[in-house]
Design a protein. Sequence first.
Lengths: 286, 359
Amino acid sequence: MKVRQTLLAYALLLPGLGLILVFMAFVLGMAISQSLGFFNFSGESGFSLRFWETMLADHQLWRSFWYSLRVATLSAILSVLLAYPLALWLRKPFAWSGTISALLKAPLLVHGLVAAFLYINFISFQGFLNLALVSTGLIERPLRMQNDANGIGVIFLQVWKQMPFALLLLTGAVQAIGDDILDAARDLGANAWQRFRKVVVPLTLRAMQGAIILIFIGAAGDFSFQVVAGPTNVNSLSQFMYRIQETSVDGWNSAAVVAVLLMATALVGSVLLAGAVQLLSRLGRA
Amino acid sequence: MSKLEIDRAEIRFGSYEALKGLSLQADDGQFVTLLGPSGCGKTTLLKAIAGFLPLDRGTIAIDGRDMKGVPPERRDTAMCFQSYALFPHLTVAENIVFGLRQKRLPRAEQVARLAQVAEQVSLQAQLDKLPSQLSGGQQQRVALARAMAVRPGVMLFDEPLSNLDAKLRDQVRLEIRQLQRAHGFTAIYVTHDQSEALAMSDKVVVMNAGKIEQVGTPEDVYKRPVNRFVADFVGTANIVPVEIVGRDAAGGTYAVSTPMGPAQVRSDEPPIADRVYACWRPEDAALMPGDTLGDNIFRLAVRARTFLGNLTDVSIGAAGGAGPSYRVQTLGFADLLEGVSYSFHVPPDRLRLLKEAVA
């Protein structure tokens, strides 16, 4: 009877969960298979490690890997760091707090490409910022800020776009902490910074980890910000994957290697970052 | 141990006056209870003492030091919250030593104090558990231990027993009082439960609408209430308007006219007006045999009777059902018939004149 009920429960889950699993398995299976030489559209299909060997020896892949890793890590950390004080500020309602909260979350409604073009308009050689700086006499000649080599523009766009998401998650978590808990910490001698380290961070850790993981994964796989506002001397992993697929003879199979690496980076990187945050939280409350 | 002095404290929330120039003193090691109905300002006062709410006017001083501008984390107070406010991510032991870590006490001292308070509140077996794994009573003990561990000069209790069942409430009430006596800290205890206030306190402060109505020992506020509010809020009272018709100032006895009939009242203090309110407690009236008549004996009919086990609660009033009802409690079972008149005696020293004139 119990076995039957368990099977029935799984059967009921199948329409939703099954579809997700099938699609995931299909995409992952396809990417891994192609990276191992199967489904070769331009030659003989069959198991081979040569695509991995070729790609892993490619200097540009590693430049893309480290670049994407840096952009994703910094974007996730900065987004959360900016979201925390705002979430604490908006913890209790005050006049106009609803409007402020809505405005802060407005970037969620703006598509990444639109944001990237607006940003370019703002910082380009003849953009608003340069015009303003020149007209006020702060600089004599316009500055070259577009497509900066360090990817600062991409990180800025990532934070602009993703911080509201972190804020959304953290606001709920921070609001769930009772006033009495914070008052108790204060009563027992904890100042504002100690209350943040020892009470707020541990009690909002899950929300923070969720925000970090999702922002990291999104930023690691960024394509649109990178293409419009990113540096021209280095590709992001997704940009590199697209380029390899278009320009290489074994394009699909080589791109599949980059895709698998990108997915592994997103998975391992986000888990490591979430783990690091947990460790820091533990050390912080000691 | 610390001395707490509150002088003309005022707090406003917009146009609402939560505290109206309230003054109070708690001596070293005294157990002071703020007693009053919801919204009377007792928790506001407690939060002001802790430093969570600033005073708009007046001062709060601990050991003679004005607390104006001193944040809660730097006051010599510790609070036991109504909700317990335990840190859910920390174990019982970590909760208890939280304040000690903030004070950067040596580790050996932290361990020693943890062991001491854990033993005092019988939590030795629960130290590694999270608050969510404890019962309500155990959580309350953790909150108490956490506050006690920092050995504050003034301990603040915000209705700490209100979430416990009746039996546990009695037990923890006793424990708090024992711990307070053992450690000698000054305690400010907020409650709306008059039995808690009477059982635990050295001094009871009865509050109403942001003001103090009466300050005194539990016996004072119960036996010698100053006005109708105190008489009615602390215990149960029969309150009647009386008119002073004769005075024997030398002996402190007054002849009064009451709705129940003429009576004698013995009072140390003279009445504040010719027409004042007087009160008597349900247990102060004695049922007299037969048709006894005499001073302070009233013939009143039984309107309702409820047997409560250890006593019988009787509602009495003028025969025929018109006029006010009075409450009388007699020990054990009273074989009284509803609608029948009996003689009830209220001794002159139990019929008390309140310091409130009839408008």
